[in-house]
Design a protein around this ligand. Structure first.
Ligand code: NDP
Length: 425
């Protein structure tokens, strides 16, 4: 039986904690520590109310106040509580501080989003990959980006590569949220992180730019590892896709973090793209907020005080953790692969459909937090069971996918597959 320190107490952390409590045979003791203690206590109360004890066993839950930017405070908590694993489900800004604390206190690490500096709306793995040698030397494991996307999308990729392909040539990741919360504008996870992500330039990864025929103006091409980033204006590439369980939705090409590691790790890969669905109302509001400067991340003087517009906007928007009771509909997130096996061309689509109201009934959350929190719990279970315990810093496609895929079916995120998908042109 293991001890886990969970840092953060938002929508995703609430689901991860609830799912750990559903597996008390693995997760014996759980400490939930976050900036606002009352939110940790709310998560604990929600779990106790639901009574997730199994076969007479229940996860013992404690709570603590912690500012995870304070490395010394995190080290002190780790040393006194002695967890086997630290799960960082706070915000990407805390990744490096928590990794530093883990190294100093000698404990392994898992997160759901890659590091992003607060003053630059830009994310990439380089900052966390720079910890590879130190984690490996210390005999510690760091599992990066273990949510759905990133996370399950990379497990899907490892599974496709292991079982169905000799080489994967193209990969399209499709993230569809067909849920409706009834608000004119709200984000499904942390508003600041979400808006920074979707207002960034679009980009996709290609192995050979000479083979790429861009359909819109290319703003920039940057060499990266074995290939190139092709950068476009935000939301410049649009498709309509008919999603199983949801129906037809507009989806737009976005830059996304797992493209970076998959470009390095998939054999024979020539192109990777990521698409996410957005409704007209969301995009119109976002454009308007951008046009008036409300998504700016630099401080602005207001009545003699410095305020950061996007942080002020976050304070006005609904808390994603509160969307559970209102959100109806389904999500569908998956990967479409094309490649070769034994000299024959293969197409393969693997995806999960998740129902917002079913998630709410089970753990009190909407499906975006659910589809992130469940894989975070499974990743922790993989580590604690010893299956994903490899010293160093790793993304999810670097581990054996089979046990994780089996757990998805058992823990509330069953997947479907087809070898004749409708492809994205
Ligand atoms: P929320 O904003 O709901 O929760 C974030 C939590 O982190 C809050 O409880 C917050 O505290 C806490 N926190 C913030 N700063 C600190 C700090 N310095 N020290 C301690 N705690 C802190 O976010 P979500 O739950 O929606 O998202 C959590 C993470 O999951 C994010 O990194 C997000 O990017 C990632 N994510 C990943 C996805 C994937 O598929 N891989 C999909 C969706 C999200 P307070 O309560 O005081 O604000």
């Amino acid at each position: 039986m293991s001890r886990v320190l969970l840092i953060g107490a938002g929508g995703v952390a609430g689901v991860a904690a609830a799912k750990m409590a559903q597996n008390p045979d693995v997760f014996g003791d759980l400490m939930i520590a976050s900036r606002t203690l009352s939110r940790c206590e709310d998560i604990k109360a929600n779990i106790l109310k639901r009574g997730f004890a199994k076969n007479g066993a229940a996860t013992r839950i404690e709570t603590a106040q912690l500012d995870a930017m304070d490395v010394a405070a995190t080290v002190a908590l780790i040393r006194s509580w002695k967890p086997d694993l630290v799960m960082n489900i706070a915000l990407p800004y805390q990744d490096l501080a928590i990794m530093d604390a883990c190294l100093e206190a000698g404990v392994s690490y898992l997160d759901t989003a890659n590091y992003e500096p607060p003053d630059d709306a830009h994310f990439e793995y380089s900052w966390q990959w720079a910890y590879r040698e130190r984690f490996a030397k210390a005999g510690l494991t760091a599992i990066l980006g273990c949510g759905f996307d990133p996370g399950v999308t990379q497990v899907f990729s490892a599974y496709a590569q292991k079982h169905y392909f000799d080489t994967i040539e193209t990969l399209d990741i499709l993230d569809c949220n067909g849920g409706d919360h009834g608000y004119k504008f709200a984000t499904n996870f942390n508003p600041e992180i979400n808006i920074r992500e979707v207002s960034a330039k679009g980009s996709y990864w290609v192995a050979d730019p000479a083979e790429d025929k861009p359909e819109v103006a290319v703003e920039n091409r940057k060499a990266f590892d074995k290939g190139w980033w092709v950068e476009t204006a935000p939301m410049a590439i649009k498709r309509v896709y008919d999603f199983d369980g949801v129906g037809k939705k507009d989806m737009y090409l976005l830059h996304h973090e797992e493209l970076e590691s998959l470009g390095c790790n998939l054999k024979g890969i020539k192109r990777i793209r990521f698409f996410m669905t957005f409704g007209e109302s969301y995009l119109t509001h976002l454009r308007c907020l951008e046009n008036v400067g409300m998504t700016r991340i630099d401080p602005v003087k207001f009545n003699g005080v410095d305020i950061v517009p996007i942080q002020f906007l976050k304070a006005l928007l609904p808390d994603p953790a509160s969307l559970g009771p209102r959100t109806k509909g389904k999500t569908n997130i998956g990967c479409i692969f094309h490649g070769m096996k034994d000299g024959k061309s293969v197409d393969y689509y693997v995806y999960n459909i998740c129902d917002h109201q079913e998630c709410y009934a089970e753990v009190g959350s909407q499906a975006i937090s659910y589809t992130t929190g469940v894989p975070a719990m499974i990743g922790a279970k993989m580590f604690l069971d010893g299956k994903w315990r490899v010293p160093g810093v790793h993304t999810c496609e670097e581990f054996d996918p089979d046990s994780f895929m089996a757990e998805l079916n058992l823990q509330g995120l069953p997947w479907k597959e087809t070898f004749s998908p409708v492809k994205v042109d």
